[in-house]
Design a protein around this ligand. Structure first.
Ligand code: NAI
Ligand code: MG
Length: 375
């Protein structure tokens, strides 16, 4: 008998429930059309609304419950919006307000993958026509680094206050991240057909991002690890950019990047920039994975946050969430051939839909549903 795969849907805050409504409908239609062995369950936590009712962002055993799933799709977490709601900051415990970082850490999802590929028809903010060839994968460290939550405030609120924010980088987390980037670069080359890349003899490329000129300690750890691992991948070209220069090159010549590997903070910032290269926050998906342990469910989510400025106004593009759903299905594809077909169908459907300018959350969902039903 075919195993039923379980997917947890977490709508979250702000525009999260709006984009998730669309994603849940499309998933249900794919399940019925492709006879997918998939069962979806929607949770009202973590969210500010749950916090309002229960005094916590999620139940104490929330993470344990999620571990029993095969994959998780998240809408967005953060400022609950809309911004004219006077109740939205009636929360106290600031640590409980960071459930997304807690989920990623407690599920040990140490690799965050954010593909950035421009699809024909999507908004193009760069004038150079080569910008249509943007096709990169940014891999962000997801477990430590700048987001380690170490430090504190001494004499808080006084003129002599001292705040510290400690960054933590370990050899183990650095090695697994960089090795994963090289593996992904090879896989991408295989999918492309292993042709030469960027006019070089090599078939793939990994760019390391640091700020080692100003932050030499972790910068050197990353660089030394990168150089050592690169020797095992002679087919993969390498280069190293300081994060500020990388920001310029993402705009000047983004088509020159293949796989980019970056720390937690640098990856966070660079992927918002990469999202704009592909048409904006409404069109950028992501996956949080533990590539070393298949049993841990991946967490798939749009790159954007809860967008309080547009929450509740039918203005959120649901396609970033649908692209994240397509990545989720791709990830589960090895478990059942029909899931791979559904993932490809959803990819094609979204790509085909790019010729339509964004026209409302519900309208976009309805148009895609109709296309799905039509063939
Ligand atoms: P944001 O990503 O929520 O919004 C940035 C801008 O992009 C806003 O102008 C918003 O209207 C627009 N935007 C976002 N998603 C869109 C969509 N689907 N369609 C059209 N426009 C869209 O970032 P912001 O405003 O800095 O953060 C809001 C809250 O979200 C904060 O509490 C933050 O901590 C949280 N956040 C959560 C993330 C997550 O769940 N992965 C990621 C980033 C922020
Ligand atoms: Mg971000």
């Amino acid at each position: 008998m075919t195993e039923t795969l379980k997917i947890a849907l977490l709508p979250g805050d702000g525009i999260g429930p709006e984009v998730m409504t669309v994603a849940a409908e499309i998933l249900a239609e794919l399940v019925s059309r492709f006879q997918l062995p998939i069962e979806a369950t929607t949770f009202q936590w973590p969210s500010h609304e749950w916090h309002r009712q229960h005094g916590e962002m999620m139940p104490g055993d929330g993470v344990a419950q999620l571990r029993a799933f095969d994959a998780i799709l998240l809408g967005a977490l953060g400022d609950p919006g809309p911004i004219d709601d006077p109740q939205r900051y009636l929360l106290s415990d600031s640590v409980s307000l960071a459930p997304l970082l807690a989920l990623r850490k407690r599920l040990n999802l140490w690799a965050c993958e954010r593909p950035a590929r421009w699809l024909p028809g999507a908004p193009q903010y760069l004038a150079d026509e080569r910008a249509c060839n943007v096709d990169m994968l940014v891999i962000r460290e997801n477990s430590e680094g700048e987001y380690s939550n170490q430090g504190g405030r001494l004499r808080a609120g006084t003129p002599s206050e001292v705040a510290t924010q400690v960054e933590v980088f370990t050899a183990g987390a650095t090695e697994r991240l960089i090795r994963h980037a090289f593996e992904r670069a090879r896989q991408r080359a295989t999918l492309r057909g292993s042709t030469r890349l960027f006019g070089k003899e090599k078939t793939a490329q990994v760019c390391l991002i640091t700020k080692r000129n100003a932050q030499p300690f972790w910068g050197d750890l990353y660089t030394e690890t990168f150089v050592r691992i690169a020797e095992e991948y002679p087919d993969v070209d390498t280069h190293h950019e300081l994060v500020d220069a990388a920001c310029m090159k993402f705009v000047q010549c983004p088509w020159r990047f293949d796989v980019v590997v970056a720390s937690n903070l640098h990856g966070d910032i660079l992927t918002d920039l990469a999202a704009v290269l592909c048409g904006g926050p409404g069109l950028a998906p992501s996956a949080n994975l533990n590539p070393a342990d298949e049993r841990i469910p991946g967490l798939f989510e749009p790159v954007h946050g809860s967008a309080p400025d547009i929450a509740g106004r039918n203005m959120a593009d649901p396609r970033a969430t649908l692209m994240s759903l397509a990545m989720l299905l791709d990830h589960l594809a090895p478990k059942h051939p029909a899931i791979g077909n559904a993932a490809q169908h959803l990819h094609d459907l979204i790509a085909e839909d790019m010729k339509h300018a964004f026209s409302g959350t519900r309208e976009t969902g309805q148009r895609l549903s109709q296309r799905l039903a039509a063939g």
